[in-house]
Each structure stands twice: as C-alpha cells, then as structure tokens.
Design a protein. Structure first.
Length: 518
C-alpha cells in the first residue's frame, strides 16, 4: 500500500483568522443541533465576504463531500475554493485547491486532468515558496503515474518529493515517499530494490516510534518476500506487523496482513490456518465495508476449500466473490458516470465563459462602431495618413520580427537539446547511485562473513591445532630421555594425537575452501 501525504493547514493573518472564527462560532450551536457540519459550513460561507475565508470554507466543504465519496459536489466546492483564492491572489490557497481537485480526478480515473492539476498546484506552490506543498504535488504525481504503470515518471516525481523532504529534515514525510518508491519497484518486480527502500522507510518509522506506519511497511516487506518465494522471511515480517496492528487496534491494516498470512499458509498447504486468517481478513473487510478486500478474501476462501475438497463451501465463496466483483464493476460504472458529469459540468462552464466573451466582444464592437461613425468625416484624412504610416511600420516590423523569431527558434532548439542531455545525465547518475548503494550493502555482508571465518580459522590454529601438536612433541621427548618407557604405548598415543591433528587440519582446510568460494 502506498501513502498519500496530507496538505498542511493554511496559515492566515490574524484579522482573517478572527473573522473566520467569529463566523464559525455563530454557526456552532446550529451545527450541534442539526448534527450537520456541511450545513454549518454553508451558513458560514454566506456570512463572510472575504475571499480567502471563503476559499478555506469551500475547501472544507470539498473535503467533507470527498469523505462521503460524493465526488461531483466535492469537485464543485474545490472549484469554488480555487476561484475564491484566485480572487484573493492567494498562491498557496490555489495550490491546496488544485491538489484537492487532482486527488478527485485521480479517484474518478481521469488521470490526464489529475496530472494537469498537480502540475498547476506545484507552480502555485512554488510561487508561494511553500516547498511542502510542492513536494505534496510531486508525491501525488508519483502515485498517479504509478497507477498508470508509468514507473519511470512515477519514480522521477517521487525522487523530487524525497529531495525536498530530505532538505527540510522531514523524516515522517520521507518515510511516506520511501515506502512509495518501494511500491514502485515492487510493481516493476525489482524485489531487491523494493526491499532496500522499504527497509529505509521502516527504519525511519522505528526512529519516530510511528508503529502504525512501521507495521504497514513491514506488511509490504512481507509481501515482497512472499513474491520472492522466501516464505519464512515473509511469515516473520507479516506476523510482527500483525502483533503491532492488533495492539494498536488498526482493523484496516489488519485486513491486508491477515490476507497475506492466509496466502502463505495456502502455499504451504496448511489449510486450517489459511482458512482462519482468510476468514479474519473477510470479517474485518465486511466490518469496514472494504469491498475489494471482501472480494479478494472470498476468492481466497474458495481456493482454500477447493484445495481441501470442500466444493460446497468453495461454491458459496465463489458466489460471494462474483457478487462483490459485480458490485465493484457497478462502482466503476458510477465512477465513470461521475467522470462524465464532471466533464459535462466543465463543458457547460467553458460554454458559459465563451458566451460571456462573445457578449463582451459584441458590446465592445457596438461601442467602437458608434465612436467611429461620429468621428469618420473629421478624421478620414488623418486616418489615411496614419494607415499608410502604420502599413509601412507594420511591414518593417514584421520583417524584423520574422528574423528575431527565427533566431529565437534556433536558440530554443539548442536549449532543449542541452536540457535533454542534462536530464539524461541526471537519470544515469541516479541509477548508478542507487546501484552503488545496493552493491555496498551486499559487499559489507560478504566482508562480515569473511571476518567471521577468519576468526574461526585463528581459533582453530591457536587452540585446536596446537593441542595435538604439543602432545606429539611431549611424547617424542619422553621417548628420547626415558629408555625404559613403553614405546608401543607412546606410539599409540602419538598416533591418536596425529589423528586429532589431521581432523583439525581438515576443518581448517574446509574453512579456507569456504573463504575461497566467497
């Protein structure tokens, strides 16, 4: 699962904050009586004429409707928020409103408009010098491109967001983006790179004691190990994540963790435990009405029962899977309808704008004709002279403009070529840097193993080899100085010590062989 980063709350000057607070407090009692935050916000909008305050209230209304999945109303108020901020020339507010619109476009699957809105949001955020809002837009672009399987552009935008958060020292947001980069590599099936970035994100969550996000990232790590076929490692991370999630009571996160554990048990043919975990995943998904996970858990339960030969239950779960699959298809149809409604609304707004432009043009034309008719006789001679001069200067100006345009086109082509070379070089440097980090990590592990073997070799040499050798030397010395010594007994002891020394030499030889292989 990838993480979105919430926008920072807008900070207004004291006068605006005071006016907005008075407005909202006047509606508070009514809101409590009707239990309707939306009604309170609508009444608050009517009571303020300040553009920035209206922008904030429209933005809050957009958020409320978005939380209820009413995308048409959410988009309507997001546009009104943008319009109010534009009147106030509030660049930061425009960036927030455009980020909200981009999020809604993403939800309805209009990726082109989502990307356009995120780009516009980043421009306004830069104008307001709000780096956090810029990074939010880059992270959003990364998510949209990843949903389209455009992993290259997704990764480029994630890296831009990561660079901003690293410069600002924002560890928590760095953790979010690092997790998303891991998701990007997981989607590309580059599992080692995915694990590398998931581990970085997990370490940040551990330092910040953000247990929920750490558990989510651990679930991602377990999923990655499962895709690599490393079942034991996958079990380890998923069970650790589950313990944290159960302690925190994070039912939403547990849905995915139970599902992953059930999949592993099914792979190991441990059908009872696979069944238990799949049922837990489905129960939580039903409790939270996460239809896509109810569908997936039902399909998993059907597969488990087929593997057990319980075809009646498998049929029941398969029907559940089909029912939720149809429900999700209907949801997608509703999203398409919402998208068409938004497109129609945009078309109507554009038509209205064009009609206003035409009316304004006709009015200006009518006024110009009246002025012209009233002054035509008196100004005809002057007009002829001015027209001739204008034509001459226009001709000369056009010639000069053509030359300048040609020169400008050449310079633009040169600049584009240089920019393309720089982008290519930057991409190569980033790729090399990433590969180098992974290689350094692997080489360090190998050196640790070699050092362990060298210490083992030194131990054998200093202790185990020296003991048998010392006994042989001692027995030989006894044979030299004691003529009455039992030679046969001494030779047997020498033979035993020599055999021990031979075993030690063999073990040392094995260690040296392993070192050579490394």
């Amino acid at each position: 699962m990838y993480f979105r980063i919430p926008e920072k709350t807008l900070v207004l000057n004291k006068k605006i904050v005071f006016a907005l607070a008075v407005c909202l407090s006047a509606c508070y009692t009514l809101s409590a009586q009707k239990n309707s935050r939306i009604d309170s916000l609508l009444k608050a909008v009517k009571k303020t004429s300040h553009d920035t305050s209206q922008g904030m209230l429209y933005e809050a209304l957009s958020y409320e409707y978005l939380a209820q999945d009413k995308l048409t109303q959410a988009m309507q108020f997001a546009r009104q928020s943008l319009s109010a901020y534009q009147k106030a020339r509030h660049s930061r507010g425009m960036g927030v409103a455009l980020n909200r619109m981009a999020n809604i476009y993403d939800k309805i699957g209009n990726y082109e408009k989502s990307i356009e809105s995120y780009v516009r949001a980043s421009i306004h955020a830069k104008e307001s010098k709000n780096e956090y809002l810029v990074a939010y837009a880059f992270n959003g672009l990364g998510i949209v491109y990843m949903e389209q399987k455009d992993f290259g552009r997704s990764l480029a935008n994630y890296r831009k967001a990561l660079q901003i958060y690293e410069k600002a020292g924002e560890k928590s947001k760095r953790g979010n983006v690092l997790n998303n980069i891991g998701e990007n590599y997981l989607g590309q099936m580059k599992y080692d790179s995915a694990l590398f970035y998931f581990e970085k994100a997990k370490n940040i969550w551990y330092q910040l004691k953000e247990e929920r996000w750490m558990a989510s990232t651990m679930t991602n790590i377990g999923t990655t190990f499962a895709k690599q076929g490393k079942t034991n490692a996958a079990f380890g991370y998923l069970t650790q994540a589950l313990r944290i999630q159960e302690r925190l009571g994070e039912d939403l996160d547990k849905i995915y963790t139970f599902y992953g554990i059930a999949t592993l048990y099914l792979r190991d043919s441990n059908y009872p435990l696979a069944n238990v975990n799949a049922q837990k995943s489905m129960m939580l998904a039903k409790k939270l009405n996460i239809k896509i996970m109810i569908r997936d858990a039902a399909k998993l339960m059907a597969d488990i029962n087929v593997a057990q030969g319980n075809f009646r239950l498998a049929y029941i779960y398969q029907r559940t899977f089909i029912a939720y699959q149809d429900s999700l298809i209907n949801q997608e149809k509703i999203r398409s309808i919402n998208r068409l409604q938004l497109l129609r609304q945009e078309a109507e707004n554009e038509t209205l704008r064009k009609q206003n432009v035409v009316k304004e043009t006709e009015l200006n034309k009518s006024l110009a004709e009246n002025r012209w008719q009233s002054t035509l006789v008196a100004a005809i001679a002057v007009a002829l002279v001015l027209t001739s001069l204008y034509a001459l200067f226009f001709f000369l100006g056009r010639q000069k403009q053509k030359k300048l345009n040609a020169l400008l086109s050449e310079k633009n082509l040169e600049i584009e070529k240089i920019a393309a070379d720089l982008r290519h070089a930057h991409a190569e440097v980033m790729t090399l840097s990433e590969g180098l980090e992974i290689k350094v990590f692997e080489r360090t592990k190998r050196l640790e193993i070699q050092n362990l073997q060298m210490r083992k070799y030194a131990f054998y040499n200093a202790h185990k080899l020296r003991g048998p050798l010392a006994r042989i030397l001692g027995l030989a010395y006894i044979m030299q100085i004691d003529e009455n010594a039992d030679t046969i007994d001494l030779m047997k002891k020498i033979e035993i010590s020599a055999a021990e020394m031979d075993d030690v030499v063999r073990e040392i030889n094995e260690i040296l062989t392993q070192k050579t292989e490394l």
